[in-house]
Write a protein that binds this ligand. Structure first.
Ligand code: NAP
Length: 419
């Protein structure tokens, strides 16, 4: 495919995907969207870290061929006011793996969030958020090291489907009349109305993706988070469909909590993933009091939205939480915070969220040695109390450095590590 403004690097090769398995060459072309606001600072710093890790881990045998693609304000400047050019989607469909900085959602004019647009157009149905603590990161928990979970949040249904009817509009009145007269429902006059679709198709593909991930990484359990005691045919059905996939398609590798007690006296058998479920509200208590009992959590959109940020706060906040939106073949990794516009080009903010999204990307690419190197160097840098302003204000005796300085400290620690 030819592109108007995107320059495909000559020295790279395409990542391909067959039956959910990505085939990654030694010089893969990876797309990146710089992002608005602080995007340039954190992308520049993070790319230096990723490249240094790959170079050291594979002694120069592997190298990412970066390909810039455009969205947000930078795209608008290049594509005559178009914030989300069509060729950005084309490039992601062709090259499959990308990473992005945060994007501003311009206010007014009915403008849709660019992030939501990317997820919907590319059908990136799984929002994957690993949440774990790194030594030295300031946070509110007494034992943050017990938090090591991965949230699989459904990305296309539930409240994200956006089926809502404003009170007082003809559409709202038509639906209200139908519900009252045809369906016998009763609710207050003037209510805003929303529809919460949750389908077997949307739920089952998410569960498959969580199970494949769990198997690939040797994870121990998947907890289905739902509010099925109240919303039986949406959240309750989500729970049932998740169990169905485990029983019908992954029976060799899974066991339910009941089965675990009936057959194995509660002791997890080697090679089996325990599938269990918990009601959404109690999960927030468990996350604080018994986090070690959870591993992978699968949730419909809204539950997953709340849980992702709450859990991130337990290990240092969304400022360092990584994330990815993943479909059957396209994977888009992203910083989970926004554009923090007041810090634009000040070389000040923490690149952690984007940097760890890149770590996640390296892991998905199977380049785990490079990913591990970054994690080790990150902890060493925090041991030295070399941090950006946000952590410096929470730590005694810290040395505050710029975004670029923080990247340099990590790279120095990586290069000096003889392991
Ligand atoms: P925000 O950009 O996340 O910033 C809120 C505050 O969080 C900042 O003022 C800063 O706190 C802290 N922060 C964020 N990123 C940080 C980092 N890397 N290092 C250290 N501190 C960081 O949220 P917002 O101000 O609500 O949103 C601004 C814009 O971002 C909006 O246009 C919104 O639509 C967009 N947004 C985009 C995404 C995305 O692209 N995924 C996500 C959320 C929001 P202090 O002021 O305390 O220093």
């Amino acid at each position: 495919m030819t592109y108007q403004h995107i320059v495909v690097p000559d020295e790279g090769e395409k990542i391909t995907c067959l039956e959910f398995e990505h085939c990654v060459p030694d010089n893969p072309i990876v797309a990146f969207i710089e992002g608005d606001g602080i995007g340039r600072d954190i992308m520049t710093a993070s790319k230096r870290i990723w490249d240094a890790a790959v170079e050291k881990a594979y002694s120069g045998r592997r190298k990412i061929a970066w390909m810039e693609i455009y969205a947000g304000e930078k795209a608008a400047g290049i594509y005559d006011g178009d914030y989300m050019p069509e060729e950005t989607f084309d490039a992601l469909r062709e090259f499959l793996v990308g990473i992005k900085g945060p994007l501003t959602t311009p206010v007014g004019g009915g403008f849709r969030s660019l992030n939501v647009t990317l997820r919907q157009v590319l059908d990136l149905y799984a929002c994957v958020r690993p949440v774990r603590w790194y030594r030295g990161v300031p946070g509110p928990m007494r034992e943050p090291e017990k938090v090591d979970m991965v949230i699989f949040r459904e990305n296309t249904e539930d409240v994200y489907a956006g089926i809502e009817y404003e009170a007082g509009t003809p559409e709202n009145e038509k639906l209200a009349r139908f519900l009252r007269e045809e369906m016998g429902e009763d609710f207050f006059e003037g209510a805003g109305l929303g529809v919460k679709p949750i389908s077997p198709f949307g739920t089952k593909r998410l569960m498959r993706s969580a199970l494949r991930y769990a198997l690939d990484r040797g994870r121990k359990s998947i907890t289905i988070m739902h509010k099925g005691n109240i919303q039986k045919f949406t959240e309750g059905a989500f729970r049932n469909w998740c169990y169905e996939v485990a029983a019908e398609e992954f029976s060799e590798h899974t066991i339910t909590e009941d089965g675990l007690w009936d057959k194995y006296d509660g002791k997890q058998p080697e090679g089996k993933i325990v599938v269990k479920d918990r009601i959404a509200d109690i999960i927030f208590q468990h996350m604080l009091l018994r986090p070690a009992e959870f591993d992978i959590i699968i949730a419909p959109n809204l539950n997953g939205d709340y849980l992702s940020d709450a859990l991130a706060a337990q290990v240092g906040g969304v400022g360092i939480a990584p994330g990815a939106n993943i479909g059957d073949s396209v994977m888009l990794f992203e910083a989970t915070h926004g554009t923090a516009p007041k810090y634009t080009n000040l070389d000040k903010v923490n690149p952690g969220s984007l940097m760890f999204s890149g770590v996640m990307m390296l892991e998905f690419m199977g380049w785990r040695e490079a990913a591990e190197m970054i994690k080790t160097a990150y902890e060493k840098t925090l041991d030295q109390k070399t941090v950006t302003y946000d952590f410096a204000r929470q730590m005694d005796g810290a040395t505050e450095v710029a975004t670029s300085g923080f990247a340099s400290a990590i790279i120095d620690n990586m290069r000096n590590d003889s392991a």
